[in-house]
Design a protein around this ligand. Structure first.
Ligand code: GLN
Length: 189
Protein backbone atom coordinates (compact mmCIF):
# COMPACT_ATOMS: atom_id res chain seq x y z
CA UNK A 1 0.00 0.00 0.00
CA UNK A 2 1.06 3.59 -0.62
CA UNK A 3 0.09 5.57 2.45
CA UNK A 4 0.27 9.35 2.33
CA UNK A 5 1.24 11.47 5.31
CA UNK A 6 0.27 15.14 5.24
CA UNK A 7 3.74 16.64 5.59
CA UNK A 8 3.45 20.30 6.50
CA UNK A 9 4.18 20.19 10.19
CA UNK A 10 4.01 17.99 13.29
CA UNK A 11 4.52 14.28 13.82
CA UNK A 12 5.23 13.28 10.22
CA UNK A 13 8.36 11.15 10.55
CA UNK A 14 6.88 8.97 13.29
CA UNK A 15 4.00 7.93 11.02
CA UNK A 16 6.41 7.39 8.11
CA UNK A 17 8.52 5.08 10.27
CA UNK A 18 5.51 2.98 11.33
CA UNK A 19 4.32 2.70 7.70
CA UNK A 20 7.78 1.44 6.72
CA UNK A 21 7.87 -0.93 9.68
CA UNK A 22 4.75 -2.66 8.33
CA UNK A 23 6.32 -2.96 4.86
CA UNK A 24 4.16 -0.30 3.20
CA UNK A 25 5.33 2.75 1.26
CA UNK A 26 4.99 6.21 2.83
CA UNK A 27 4.32 9.16 0.52
CA UNK A 28 4.78 12.71 1.78
CA UNK A 29 1.75 14.78 0.77
CA UNK A 30 2.12 18.54 0.47
CA UNK A 31 0.48 19.31 -2.86
CA UNK A 32 -2.68 18.23 -4.68
CA UNK A 33 -0.90 16.05 -7.25
CA UNK A 34 0.39 13.79 -4.44
CA UNK A 35 -3.22 12.70 -3.84
CA UNK A 36 -3.40 10.80 -7.13
CA UNK A 37 -0.88 8.25 -6.04
CA UNK A 38 -2.02 7.06 -2.60
CA UNK A 39 -4.26 4.36 -1.11
CA UNK A 40 -4.88 6.25 2.12
CA UNK A 41 -3.71 9.29 4.05
CA UNK A 42 -2.71 10.11 7.62
CA UNK A 43 -3.21 13.63 8.97
CA UNK A 44 -0.65 13.89 11.79
CA UNK A 45 -0.65 15.72 15.08
CA UNK A 46 0.82 19.17 15.31
CA UNK A 47 -0.97 22.49 15.47
CA UNK A 48 -4.33 22.38 13.72
CA UNK A 49 -4.43 26.15 13.10
CA UNK A 50 -1.03 26.03 11.34
CA UNK A 51 -1.80 22.91 9.30
CA UNK A 52 -5.22 24.37 8.39
CA UNK A 53 -3.61 27.58 7.12
CA UNK A 54 -1.08 25.62 5.07
CA UNK A 55 -3.85 23.47 3.55
CA UNK A 56 -5.49 26.67 2.34
CA UNK A 57 -2.31 28.42 1.17
CA UNK A 58 -1.16 25.42 -0.87
CA UNK A 59 -4.58 24.81 -2.42
CA UNK A 60 -4.69 21.31 -0.95
CA UNK A 61 -7.78 21.87 1.24
CA UNK A 62 -10.48 21.41 -1.42
CA UNK A 63 -8.92 18.51 -3.37
CA UNK A 64 -8.17 16.67 -0.12
CA UNK A 65 -11.75 17.17 1.11
CA UNK A 66 -13.09 15.85 -2.21
CA UNK A 67 -10.84 12.78 -2.12
CA UNK A 68 -11.93 11.95 1.43
CA UNK A 69 -15.58 12.42 0.46
CA UNK A 70 -15.01 10.03 -2.43
CA UNK A 71 -13.74 7.41 0.02
CA UNK A 72 -9.98 7.91 0.45
CA UNK A 73 -9.09 6.06 3.68
CA UNK A 74 -8.11 8.78 6.16
CA UNK A 75 -6.76 8.71 9.71
CA UNK A 76 -6.43 11.91 11.73
CA UNK A 77 -4.34 11.85 14.91
CA UNK A 78 -4.86 14.69 17.40
CA UNK A 79 -4.58 17.88 15.31
CA UNK A 80 -5.55 15.66 12.36
CA UNK A 81 -8.79 14.82 14.16
CA UNK A 82 -9.47 18.55 14.63
CA UNK A 83 -8.90 19.13 10.90
CA UNK A 84 -11.51 16.48 10.06
CA UNK A 85 -14.19 17.63 12.55
CA UNK A 86 -17.39 19.32 11.41
CA UNK A 87 -17.47 21.56 14.46
CA UNK A 88 -14.68 22.98 16.66
CA UNK A 89 -15.74 24.44 20.00
CA UNK A 90 -15.06 28.19 20.36
CA UNK A 91 -14.04 28.54 16.71
CA UNK A 92 -16.29 29.93 14.01
CA UNK A 93 -14.84 27.84 11.23
CA UNK A 94 -13.85 24.26 10.73
CA UNK A 95 -11.20 22.99 8.29
CA UNK A 96 -12.03 19.88 6.25
CA UNK A 97 -15.31 19.64 8.15
CA UNK A 98 -16.23 16.14 6.98
CA UNK A 99 -16.41 14.02 10.12
CA UNK A 100 -19.69 14.42 11.99
CA UNK A 101 -18.23 15.24 15.41
CA UNK A 102 -17.80 18.26 17.66
CA UNK A 103 -14.32 18.61 19.15
CA UNK A 104 -12.90 20.58 22.05
CA UNK A 105 -9.24 21.50 21.61
CA UNK A 106 -6.73 21.11 24.47
CA UNK A 107 -9.50 19.47 26.42
CA UNK A 108 -7.48 17.98 29.24
CA UNK A 109 -6.29 21.38 30.49
CA UNK A 110 -2.83 22.60 31.34
CA UNK A 111 -2.31 20.34 34.36
CA UNK A 112 -2.84 17.30 32.21
CA UNK A 113 -1.14 18.70 29.14
CA UNK A 114 0.41 15.35 28.30
CA UNK A 115 -0.24 11.93 29.77
CA UNK A 116 -0.34 8.24 29.01
CA UNK A 117 -3.11 5.77 29.51
CA UNK A 118 -3.49 2.05 28.74
CA UNK A 119 -6.63 0.50 27.26
CA UNK A 120 -7.92 -2.51 25.43
CA UNK A 121 -9.73 -1.31 22.32
CA UNK A 122 -11.55 -4.43 21.13
CA UNK A 123 -11.80 -3.51 17.46
CA UNK A 124 -8.09 -2.80 17.30
CA UNK A 125 -6.28 -5.41 19.37
CA UNK A 126 -6.84 -8.02 22.09
CA UNK A 127 -3.91 -6.53 23.98
CA UNK A 128 -3.71 -3.36 25.99
CA UNK A 129 -2.49 -0.40 23.93
CA UNK A 130 -0.49 2.55 25.22
CA UNK A 131 -2.32 5.80 24.49
CA UNK A 132 -0.22 8.99 24.42
CA UNK A 133 -2.07 12.29 24.76
CA UNK A 134 -0.34 15.62 24.00
CA UNK A 135 -2.47 18.76 24.39
CA UNK A 136 -5.20 16.52 23.06
CA UNK A 137 -8.73 17.26 21.90
CA UNK A 138 -11.80 15.25 22.88
CA UNK A 139 -14.98 14.60 20.95
CA UNK A 140 -17.87 16.20 22.82
CA UNK A 141 -20.55 14.98 20.44
CA UNK A 142 -20.57 12.36 17.70
CA UNK A 143 -23.16 11.86 14.97
CA UNK A 144 -25.42 8.79 15.05
CA UNK A 145 -23.47 6.89 12.42
CA UNK A 146 -20.08 7.59 13.96
CA UNK A 147 -18.76 4.61 15.90
CA UNK A 148 -17.01 5.28 19.21
CA UNK A 149 -13.94 3.07 19.58
CA UNK A 150 -12.54 4.39 22.86
CA UNK A 151 -13.43 6.66 25.76
CA UNK A 152 -11.28 8.02 28.60
CA UNK A 153 -13.26 9.15 31.67
CA UNK A 154 -16.41 9.30 29.56
CA UNK A 155 -14.70 11.45 26.93
CA UNK A 156 -14.68 10.07 23.39
CA UNK A 157 -11.10 9.82 22.13
CA UNK A 158 -11.31 7.50 19.11
CA UNK A 159 -13.99 7.15 16.44
CA UNK A 160 -14.56 5.58 13.05
CA UNK A 161 -17.00 6.46 10.32
CA UNK A 162 -16.76 4.64 6.98
CA UNK A 163 -13.34 5.52 5.52
CA UNK A 164 -12.42 7.92 8.33
CA UNK A 165 -10.64 7.07 11.57
CA UNK A 166 -9.82 9.74 14.16
CA UNK A 167 -7.89 9.51 17.43
CA UNK A 168 -7.14 12.12 20.09
CA UNK A 169 -3.96 10.26 20.93
CA UNK A 170 -0.73 9.32 19.13
CA UNK A 171 -0.17 5.59 18.42
CA UNK A 172 2.76 6.60 16.20
CA UNK A 173 4.69 7.72 19.29
CA UNK A 174 4.72 4.19 20.69
CA UNK A 175 6.35 1.10 19.23
CA UNK A 176 2.97 -0.59 18.86
CA UNK A 177 1.72 -0.62 15.26
CA UNK A 178 -1.69 -2.17 15.93
CA UNK A 179 -3.59 1.08 15.31
CA UNK A 180 -1.94 1.53 11.93
CA UNK A 181 -2.69 -2.12 11.13
CA UNK A 182 -6.32 -1.52 12.12
CA UNK A 183 -6.49 1.61 9.92
CA UNK A 184 -5.16 -0.32 6.94
CA UNK A 185 -7.27 -3.46 7.42
CA UNK A 186 -10.52 -1.67 8.25
CA UNK A 187 -10.44 0.92 5.47
CA UNK A 188 -8.22 -0.29 2.63
CA UNK A 189 -9.24 -3.87 1.95
N1 GLN B 1 -3.37 21.19 20.65
C1 GLN B 1 -3.17 20.94 19.24
C2 GLN B 1 -4.24 21.65 18.41
O1 GLN B 1 -5.17 22.15 18.96
C3 GLN B 1 -3.17 19.48 18.93
C4 GLN B 1 -2.01 18.80 19.63
C5 GLN B 1 -1.48 17.60 18.93
O2 GLN B 1 -1.73 17.37 17.75
N2 GLN B 1 -0.68 16.84 19.65
O3 GLN B 1 -4.17 21.67 17.23
Amino acid sequence: MKIGVLSFQGGVIEHINQIKALGHTPIEVNKASNLDNIDGIILPGGESTTIGKLLNITGLMNPLREKIKQGLPTWGTCAGMILLAKDIESQDESYLGILDVNVRRNAFGTQLDSFKSYKIIKEVSDNEIELVFIRAPIITKAGNNVKTLCKINDNIVAVKHKNILATSFHPELTNNTSFLEYFISSTMY
